[in-house]
Write a protein that binds this ligand. Structure first.
Ligand code: NAD
Ligand code: GDC
Length: 356
């Protein structure tokens, strides 16, 4: 097994980088790491791996990437937090090219096992209308009413994995990740998700002395957030498993966004005035992971407490922020979108604000 060639796509991204690190720790000697980004923009890069910068929207590049591989982890996608996916639906849907061409290439190259990273965004919006709604079970994806754009692409790609398995015998495994956070995740530029965004905003407030924070929405929406180490452990367990249908991979520690902010404030040792922006992207009202199926198959589920994961994430973002300050970059303004290429704008918070 350890001498198999393993392909990780999206390896220059957040989870892909952690996955390559983990495969190396496990003793895999031949790892091919592929991402569209130039190497200097990869979140993590390992000299022991075969690193390739390729656009996997193109079939010939997928064939190049899959040649000789026995296992494929397809993590490449054009994605981000609510600020990105709500404003870039067409770009998100175009990721269908990546999974389509990767599946075809995997089949053509005789790949034995194929992992696809789906998302909790596949779930029916009707099941996520209350902050206290029950954890989402796998069956709640149907009848389909996924997150517009990004979620529909994930749902379609999941089904394509299923039909490649049923019709062509390619051993596909699919996990639905619920909001993943941790060191090396995007923390500014417009693609960041709530945990990293809140850490960054708290750090900015402390650094600038302007002791206030903009929170998108009312702060009452609920989510569960999974620390990246749990995500990597889960991928490692699901890939060799007999779980043929898409399965949740998420934490079930449900918090409101206000509670998330309070935890980060506590870690930072600060209390901020909260300014709520109802015009910003908000997504579904409540979302949690039901881990019954995962537990039944694996006798395991993500368990790293949010407080513990956030402390590590905050420390990492703090260091990155400080590094940037030392390099002379200007203090990032609240709501900065410095590195985002494709994002449209939304109205700013009203100057008066509200909240405690
Ligand atoms: P990420 O954006 O950090 O990583 C994705 C990587 O894919 C990026 O580095 C990007 O450059 C690369 N990519 C995009 N288009 C490409 C192309 N055409 N060819 C080659 N590479 C391309 O995101 P992540 O958080 O590491 O997510 C990894 C996977 O997990 C994605 O499929 C994502 O949709 C899924 N997922 C993530 C979360 C989360 O909370 N992070 C939740 C649900 C699902
Ligand atoms: O972006 P996200 O983490 O994505 O947002 C969670 C909630 O936090 C939203 O209601 C959002 O309005 C609120 N929020 C408050 N302030 C902020 O400053 C902020 N930045 C951000 N980003 N959010 C803030 C995600 C998708 C992913 C992925 C996962 C799967 O949706 O964006 O691509 O697939 O879901 O679980 P979220 O959880 O809605």
């Amino acid at each position: 097994m350890k001498s198999d060639l393993v392909l990780v796509t999206g390896a220059g991204g957040f989870i892909g980088g952690h996955l390559v690190a983990d495969l190396r720790r496990q003793g895999y000697r031949f790892i091919r790491a592929v991402d569209i980004k130039p190497f200097e923009d990869w979140c993590q890069i390992f000299s022991g791996a075969e690193n390739l910068s390729l656009d996997l929207n193109l079939r010939e590049n997928c064939l190049r990437a899959a040649r000789g591989a026995r296992q494929v982890y397809n993590l490449a996608a054009n994605m981000g937090g609510m600020g990105f996916i709500e404003n870039n639906k067409a770009l998100c849907m175009l990721s269908v090219l990546i999974n389509t061409h990767m599946l075809q290439a995997a089949l053509e190259c005789g790949v034995e096992r194929y992992f696809y990273s789906s998302s909790a965004c596949v779930y029916n919006a009707e099941k996520q209308k209350r902050p206290d709604c029950p954890g989402l079970k796998e069956e709640d994806a149907y009848p389909a009413m996924a997150e517009d754009g990004y979620g529909w692409e994930k749902l379609f790609s999941e089904r394509m994995c299923r039909h490649f398995r049923e019709d062509f015998g390619l051993q596909t495994r699919v996990a639905r990740f619920h909001n993943v956070y941790g060191p090396f995740g995007t923390w500014d530029g417009g693609r960041e998700k709530a945990p990293a965004a809140i850490c960054r905003k708290v750090i900015e407030a402390k650094a600038s002395g302007r002791l206030e924070i903009e929170i998108w929405g009312t702060g009452e929406r609920t989510r569960s957030f999974m620390y990246v180490d749990d995500c990597i452990t889960g991928i490692g367990k699901i890939m060799p498993s007999a779980i043929l249908e898409p399965v949740n991979l998420g934490s079930n520690e449900l918090v409101t966004i206000n509670q998330l902010v309070s935890i980060v404030e506590e870690i930072a040792g600060v209390r901020l005035k909260r300014i709520y922006n109802p015009s910003a992207p908000q997504g579904v009202t409540g979302r949690n992971s039901d881990n019954t199926l995962l537990r039944r198959h694996l006798n395991w589920e993500p368990g790293i407490p949010l407080r513990e994961g956030l402390a590590k994430t905050y420390a990492w973002i703090y260091d990155e922020f400080a590094k940037r300050q030392r390099l002379g970059a200007p203090l990032i303004a609240l709501g900065s979108r410095s590195r985002c290429d494709t994002q449209s704008l939304w109205p700013a918070a009203p100057a008066s604000g509200s909240g405690p």
